[in-house]
Write a protein that binds this ligand. Structure first.
Ligand SMILES: [Zn+2]
Length: 481
């Protein structure tokens, strides 16, 4: 490039981008529901560190995961694509197209050193087909998960080895995910249930039932399990303090790091046990406890404290981080958008419908789980739509309002979704939102490789690959059906 070219390039850079952070850390807590964090108003002090971070940064009050399942949700966070677009609709699968643009790839293309340390086997960008990481550290069998102190040590080693330069780091923390077995000193703050002479909590509480009959779960059990879960959230929050220290210490000289904290999904504490048969865990239902997650941006000296109340999707995280780092505001896919201007100003974005998908169940014995289910959140209302027929292998088929069972909740008046209005006062509104969801399914279905042929929908895209050893290891974690 000649001198004029260089000058033009400098002018273009000067005009179109603001200086970004030299260091970006994305922290994803596995299984951390927003309403159990003190950062989001929970009455117990589960997350003092996240609360401090949120008070100094920008907190999105209504942020939603795209699917309450680990691999699909993380793939969407890193690509800005819905699960039905990238193709990972259950754990253990690989993206349909491993060449799609990704957030780490964007940083890599700009000379950032990109790293990932995760805490669960097979939560591995290489296995998921997510390109753009220079370095990945993931547990390998027989060790299938790792505790936060191990993650912290690996992150520190990696950062120390970089010796300057810009970096992007994805750190995944496992603690709030079951089994619920917090360190004894944190457990004591949140749990007063039974403990054996050797100091252990009974297995039935550490690894409680995922499902139950219509009689539901005993209140004492709910209380005890909740206490253990809270203790695990506190353990995750303690790790966050060290991660921030590390990010600040290892950011390029004279810069402050951008830290983004979120979760891949929440967790059921048997809130809807009697109506849904779901007790503890995540993946089976799309109720608020499993899909509303924390989302906090912290960038000292660059972001003014703010709370954004508009509902947003983690689909928008990648585009937002890219724009905060000096990129343009374009999304990575067809549906995501950058919220960077709102992170910078604290002003509310234009509301958009939030779509949440339920994962693909392959061999579940419950017929209900083989039916596709979606949530559509718009205007303070949430539709949960379940196909009447088991999944037909495509997105658009059977999606018309008459082909789905509908539930409608008024989130502002009924934030825990106890009163279904679809058969009563909300009937017309439920139909209206169901039409909108059907339109989304037709459009995404077309774009993701499914084609409508003489009224029948044919799935053109191949089924995602699954490695038998990987599936067996995930099964041993209780991780897939
Ligand atoms: Zn998860």
């Amino acid at each position: 490039m000649g001198a004029l070219g260089l000058l033009l390039a400098a002018l273009v850079v000067g005009c179109t981008s603001s200086p970004g952070p030299g260091a970006v850390m994305l922290v994803t807590f596995d299984t951390m529901r927003a309403d159990r964090t003190s950062a989001y108003g929970y009455h117990r002090p589960t997350t003092p560190v996240l609360a401090r971070l949120a008070a100094q940064g920008v907190r999105f009050d209504h942020a939603y995961a795209v699917m309450p399942t680990t691999d699909p949700s993380h793939a969407s966070i890193l690509t800005g694509l819905y699960p039905s677009e990238h193709g990972i609709r259950r754990n253990g699968e690989t993206m349909r197209d491993p060449t799609v643009a990704t957030l780490p790839g964007w940083f890599q293309d700009r000379g950032y050193v990109t790293s990932a340390v995760t805490a669960r086997a097979h939560l591995d960008p290489r296995a998921l087909g997510i390109r753009g990481f220079d370095s990945v550290d993931v547990p390998v069998a027989p060790k299938l998960t790792r505790k936060a102190p191990v993650v912290l040590r690996l992150v520190e080693q990696r950062l120390a080895s970089m010796r300057g330069g810009n970096w992007f780091f994805w750190v995944h923390i496992w603690e709030p995910h079951g089994s619920y077995d917090p360190p004894a000193e944190l457990r004591a703050n949140f749990y007063d249930g039974p403990v054996s002479r050797s100091g252990r909590v009974p297995m039935r509480l550490r690894v409680p039932a995922a499902t139950c009959g219509p009689e539901g779960i005993d209140d004492e059990v709910k209380r005890a399990v909740s206490g253990l879960y809270d203790g695990e959230i506190a353990a995750a929050d303690r790790a966050l303090a060290r991660l921030i220290e590390l990010a600040v210490k290892h950011a390029p000289t004279g810069t402050t790091p951008l830290v983004v904290v979120t979760a891949d999904h929440g967790e059921s504490m048997a809130e809807h046990d009697k109506t849904s048969g779901v007790a503890f865990g995540h993946g089976r239902s799309l109720h608020q406890e499993t899909v509303r997650v924390p989302l906090v941006f912290w960038w000292d000296e660059h972001l003014a404290p703010a709370v954004v109340g508009t509902q947003v999707s983690l689909l928008d995280l990648a585009a937002t981080v890219k724009a905060l780092a000096g990129g343009d505001d374009a999304g990575f896919g067809s549906y995501d958008r950058s919220l960077a201007a709102h992170v910078r100003s604290g002003e509310e974005p234009e509301p958009r419908p939030v779509v949440i998908e339920r994962r693909r169940f392959v061999s579940a014995s419950e017929p209900e789980l083989r039916r596709r289910q979606f949530a559509w959140i718009e205007g303070g209302e949430k539709l949960i739509a379940t196909d009447k027929q088991p999944a037909l292998g495509n997105l658009a088929a059977g999606s018309a309002p008459q082909d789905v069972d509908l539930k409608l909740f008024a989130l502002s008046a009924d934030p825990t979704e106890m009163a279904d209005r679809a058969a009563g006062v909300g009937r017309a509104r439920a139909q209206e939102l169901a039409e909108a969801l059907a339109g989304w399914r037709r459009e995404v279905g077309r774009r993701s490789g499914e084609q409508i042929d003489n009224g029948k929908t044919v799935e053109k895209a191949p089924e995602p690959a699954s490695d038998p050893r990987k599936l067996e290891e995930l099964r041993s974690l209780g991780y897939i059906d």
